[in-house]
Design a protein around this ligand. Sequence first.
Ligand code: TRP
Length: 294
Amino acid sequence: MFYDDAGFRLFERITTLPEYYPCRTERQLLEEHAENIVMSACGSARRLRIVELGAGSACKTHILLAAALRQGIEVIYMPLDVSADALETACESIAEAFPPVRVLPQVVNYVSAPPQLSPFIGPTLALYLGSSIGNFKPCESRTILRNLGTQLKADDSFLLGTDLVKEESTLIAAYDDSQGVTAAFNLNILMRLNRELGSNFDVNAFRHSVRWNADESRIEMHLQSIRRQVVEIPLAELELHLDKDETIHTENSYKFDDDALRTLLSQTSFRWELMWKDPQQWYALTLSRKAAYA
Ligand code: TRP
């Protein structure tokens, strides 16, 4: 629901906001450790398949592709995403920046079904960046990683980007920026519902509300009704009765610590190998290996 055209544009702006540290922190970590990541994934092989879940515009992937090419490695890049538009943009920019890379995009929903990867001779490096794993409930994230695991060979690598638990005010600010871009991104859902399902949401009768749920270790995004109101959603055959201050819970963003990451990976057929964090320990890149069993 978030990522229609307007939503994509707003999200691009979110990634450049001063309060939204995850994106730039992940980029810095990739820049610093790209050589090492590629070398660990490749071993003595001279070719590498890079598979990326939820590739989106794939702009951070450029860093890894550049590092692989610098090492003289032949690269096959498979971006997977639900959005055909995002994939097209990603493929164009990669074809332009890295002509030697073979790009094999796949429009798939990696949440509802395992991605189908063809057998590959040589190592595969799977990527799941942007802390997108945090937008799923723990049981869903386990399914996503287990499904990914079924498509990998023993010792193939998996690089996971995750946002970490930190001071509440820093977390809240990242999802409630002073320019109101994240608020606009959240409220955009209502405009999309009005357009696509014929609903009559009054966008001005809702406010963006962000909460830290410590028990669940997640940031929650809500749309809070500023008055008692009734909303019709004809194409969903729904009539919503909202009290003043009642909320529509639109999104979660789970935050991790080392223990949670170790457990998540070990429960889903991966062996934790290396972890890189920024000096403030706000964000982590974890490199793990597909276990031989399972
Ligand atoms: N994966 C991103 C995150 O959880 C997505 C995101 C950033 C997001 N800002 C948002 C999702 C605001 C919903 C609303 O950080």
